[in-house]
Design a protein around this ligand. Structure first.
Ligand SMILES: [Zn+2]
Ligand SMILES: [Zn+2]
Length: 308
């Protein structure tokens, strides 16, 4: 009896030691990965343009924001995809036109690459679910607008799938978040994995029988920006970056689809990819859709990382 008890204690101690060693190994790997990201993001700074003084109608002229470095982001304990919550769900809010659906398909492909995440199409959400007091006529052009907060917290949050890392709704109608706002193109929750985006005022999805690249780029920027928020990323205030806040469409057009070094490191962290892997994946997408500027940017970034 005594012998088998000692054996049990011995096995227990061995088990504790082995699991501590394996946890230690995991922590060491994470520290190495983090240090590698810091080194690479610092090497990329020279490729990026610092934000200038905001114009009178730009986001930063109206909103006082602190910005966020990669290290500060990690301290927030951000929302990340997990083994159990690993899919991005995208639902149409009201049915999109066939041309818009074509753009949506490409957007799904893009987000899957940009965030290294499998995408699933969610059910179409009927706009009839939005009550009368949560819709209005746009003060700009009189078109229909829906209240974003109602969509986020009274519709999406209540039906978010259990395995969703993030849950997106996309509508062709306009959006506004509440008093004092004329419109927004999208809004996301930083802590609840939900977001809504609007295609209103982006122009025509098709031009001369082909995908309108301007429309496509706007949608890719908007959706990836809101996705960043769903993974707890705050706005960027340091560089011209896809995570900069945009107060109007001209400001959004001014910022690139790519990310500054700080925001790039955050997305690498949440996707568990190295910057090289992420740029190579993005290059394939950009090549397929003829997005030359973005393709070149990936190449330049890769060259700098390899030379460092
Ligand atoms: Zn934003
Ligand atoms: Zn940034």
């Amino acid at each position: 009896m005594k012998k088998s008890f000692s054996l049990f204690i011995f096995s227990f101690i061995v088990f504790i030691l082995l699991s501590s060693a394996s946890n230690l190994g995991l922590i060491t790997k994470q520290v190495e990965y983090k240090n590698d990201l810091i080194k690479k993001k610092n090497s990329l700074i020279k490729l990026h343009k610092k934000l200038g003084k905001p114009g009178p109608h730009d986001w930063l002229a109206k909103h006082d924001e602190p910005g966020e470095t990669f290290e500060e982001y990690l301290d927030l304990d951000p929302i990340l995809p997990t083994e159990k919550k690993k899919y991005l769900y995208i639902s149409q809010l009201g049915e999109l036109t066939s041309q818009e659906k074509e753009i949506l398909k490409i957007t799904e492909e893009f987000l899957a690459v940009y965030f290294n995440i499998p995408v699933k199409e969610g059910d179409i959400i009927a706009t009839s679910k939005i009550p009368k007091k949560m819709r209005r006529k746009s003060p700009i052009d009189g078109t229909l607008q829906f209240n974003t907060r109602y969509i986020l917290y009274d519709i999406l949050l209540k039906k978010i799938p259990n395995d969703a890392a993030a849950y997106f709704a996309i509508t062709q109608d306009g959006l506004w978040p509440g008093p004092g706002w004329n419109y927004v193109h999208g809004e996301a929750s930083l802590w609840n994995r939900v977001a809504v985006c609007s295609l209103w005022n982006y122009g025509s999805p098709i031009k001369d029988g082909k995908i309108n690249k301007k429309f496509l780029i706007r949608v890719l920027k908007l959706t990836s920006h809101e996705m960043g928020h769903m993974f707890s990323m705050n706005h960027c205030i340091k560089y011209e970056c896809n995570m900069c806040g945009g107060n109007h469409i001209a400001e959004m057009d001014r910022y690139p689809l790519w990310l500054c070094p700080e925001c790039m490191a955050k997305i690498c962290w949440l996707t568990k990819l190295t910057p090289e892997e992420r740029y190579e994946n993005l290059k394939r997408f950009y090549k397929k859709y003829g997005l030359d500027r973005e393709y070149d940017f990936c190449n330049k970034s890769l060259r700098i990382i390899k030379d460092k």
